[in-house]
Structure formats: C-alpha cells, structure tokens
Design a protein around this ligand. Structure first.
Ligand code: GRG
Length: 340
C-alpha cells in the first residue's frame, strides 16, 4: 500500500522540521523490523545471543542515516509513516542490515582479545553473558544475516544492479578496506609495544611509527567512517540518486563520520558510565590513538564546530537541506551534540 501520508515537499513553504518525532518514528520501525529479521529460533543459544546484542539498544544512527538519505533523495518526507509503507520498505532491509553489522562489530570489539569491555549499551557485554565462543559465533552469524536480509528482503522493485552495488559496497565497508582494516591499524597503535610475543602483530607494534594525524585518520576512516559513509550512500543509491548527489552524500558521510568519531573520543574523556552505557576513560588507559590525544579537548571541540559548519554548507549547496525537511543536518547535529 502506498502511504497516504507520503508527501512531496511544497516549494518555498517554511515549516519547522520535528527532528525528534522523525527519529522516534523511524527508530520504532527499525526496532520492529529487526525483531522480525532476528526471530527467537534454533539453535536457541546462538539466536538469543544475536538478539541480545541487536534488539532494544543503541541510537540506531546508521539506520537513520540510511533512511534519511533515501527520503532526502526521493524528496519525500513521510509524516505518518507505518511499517507497510511501500517507499520505506525499499530501504528498511538495508537499514536493519546496517544495524546488524554495527552490532556485530561491537560484540567482537568488546571481546577480551580486542578492547576487553564489560559493559555496552548499559548492560553486560555479549561475551560476559554468553561466553567468548558464543559471542564470536553470534557476531559471525549476524554478519551473514545482514547480507541475507539486504539481498533477500529488499523489494524487487529496486533496480537489481543498484542492489548489487549496495551489497558490494556493504561488504567493502565492512572488510579489509573498511572496519576490519581500521581495527587492525587500531590494534597496532593500541597495545603496548615490547610485549615480547613472537608474532607478526607484536613485531609491528614494537616497530610502529609515532602517532600523528595521518595514523589517527587511517584508523577512524576504516573503523568508524566507512560504515557511516556507506549508511548514507546506500540510502541515496537505493533512492536512485544521480552521481552528483552520490558524490555530495559521500563527502557529507566523511564529514559526519569524522565528527561522530571525534565526539566519541570526547565522550570517552568527559562522559560518565551511567549516561554512556559503557566504561569511560578506556582510550586513555589503553593509550589509544585518538583526536584528543593529538589536539586535546579544545582542539577536538574546535574541529567539531568546523565540521558542523562544513557539513551544513555542503547540504545547502547540493540541495539536500530543505526548509521543512532537514533530516541530514539534524543527524549531523545529533552525531556531534549527543551525550552518549
Ligand atoms: C566488522 C567483520 C567485522 C568485524 C569487527 C571489531 C571490529 C571488526 C571493528 C571495530 C569497529 C568499532 C567498534 C568501531 C567503533 C565505532 C563506534 C564509535 C561505535 C559506537 O557507535 P554508536 O555510538 O553505538 O552509534 P550505539 O550503541 O548507539 O549503536
């Protein structure tokens, strides 16, 4: 059923965009759809562990970026959206796949062999509840479920070559050219050197160069920005964006991704466990390569304000900000001014 509320933007009419309602409505759809895509199935332990780390937690930023880019490019802002809406059904599988990939990266990141975290989203981490082996396998299964959902559940009204490009780009953003690649750089620059272990990683850690802006950039761009950039790009691609629009959206993704990560580094220093839902101060304790370490708190804040202006200007210049629908600008705002 085509939503009766699907609404083309009237030219030149000034309205206030209700970002909170927009985010809340779409988050609710994503939560509902994620529950459907991740049923309580067998093997029970595996599905329970997968559901534990995906359902009912997180800001759903990546899903929102994907949906907002889709609606912006389609030039529709569906005010009274529902789960059966034909337009939103084109992008929901991709939005949910993104949240699965993101959640699995958190599950693996929290493992003792990586960041060794006990808390995530205000509750014990997956391996604390289900054990390391199950957490590892739940992450693996979530990764494949994400691809299955994207390819299998995206409606066939979407052009097949667009869907193939989106699937290819998701695997690239996740793998060696994206998150996993960024995580490896992070690892080289996180662990203490001179551990004495005779393996290739320990050798690289001992011989690493000094941390500088290009090292931090390499870590951030893979670990965090790749999936954020993909979130925006995929929504736009599924909406049939022109190549000029895709280029602008990707540039915006780089800006928002960097802003998101700098904010994350800042919150690690200034936030508290109750609000963050995870242990603060871990970056400093592990001597991580962060923006704060290079430029301090004031330097990070100055960069954030620069990125916020640059991102808004880019949206305005490319017709991606409307008077009564500025979801992408609101998401940049959320990425920077969030408290968790
Ligand atoms: C992706 C195949 C694969 C393996 C994982 C561990 C790893 C490789 C990558 C690390 C990725 C990682 C944890 C990056 C940090 C990104 C980040 C700042 C996450 C926090 O995101 P929020 O604040 O979290 O959006 P919520 O809980 O709100 O969803």
């Amino acid at each position: 059923m085509q939503s009766r509320a699907a609404h083309k933007q009237p030219e030149g009419r000034k309205q206030t965009f209700d970002a909170k309602k927009y985010f809340d409505d779409r988050r609710a759809l994503v939560e509902k759809k994620l529950g459907e895509f991740l049923p309580a199935d067998e093997p029970e332990l595996l599905w329970e562990s997968m559901r534990y780390s995906v359902l009912g937690g997180g800001k759903r930023l990546r899903a929102l970026l994907c949906i907002a880019a889709f609606e912006t490019v389609e030039n529709i802002y569906i005010k009274d959206i529902d789960i059966d809406d034909l337009e939103i059904s084109k992008v929901l599988p991709c939005a949910c796949a993104l949240e699965m990939v993101h959640a699995m990266s958190l599950v693996h990141d929290d493992l003792p062999c990586l960041d060794n975290d006990d808390f995530r989203r205000g509750k014990p981490t997956n391996h604390k509840v289900y054990g390391e082996a199950t957490a590892l396998l739940a992450g693996d299964a979530l990764l494949m479920r994400a691809v299955e959902v994207l390819v299998g559940a995206t409606p066939r009204t979407i052009d097949a070559s667009a869907l193939l490009e989106v699937a290819e780009a998701l695997t690239r953003a996740t793998g060696a050219d994206g998150m996993v690649g960024g995580q490896i750089y992070d690892l080289i620059y996180t662990q203490e050197s001179g551990s004495g272990e005779a393996n290739k990683l320990a050798e690289l850690q001992r011989n690493r160069t000094e941390i500088n802006e290009s090292v931090v950039e390499k870590i951030h761009s893979g670990k965090t920005c790749a999936l954020i950039r993909f979130s925006l790009w995929s929504g736009a691609r599924l909406a049939g964006a022109s190549s000029a629009q895709l280029t602008a959206i990707e540039k915006f993704g780089d800006i928002l991704g960097l802003a998101f990560q700098i904010t994350d580094d800042l919150l690690d220093v200034t936030g508290d466990q109750q609000t963050l839902g995870k242990t603060p101060g871990k970056d400093e304790a592990a001597d991580k390569a962060t923006w704060i370490r290079l430029f301090g708190i004031d330097g990070a804040k100055a960069k954030l304000s620069e990125l916020e202006n640059e991102g808004t200007r880019l949206l305005n210049e490319n017709g991606l900000n409307k008077d009564d629908f500025n979801a992408l600008e609101s998401l940049l705002n959320l990425a920077i001014h969030r408290k968790k």
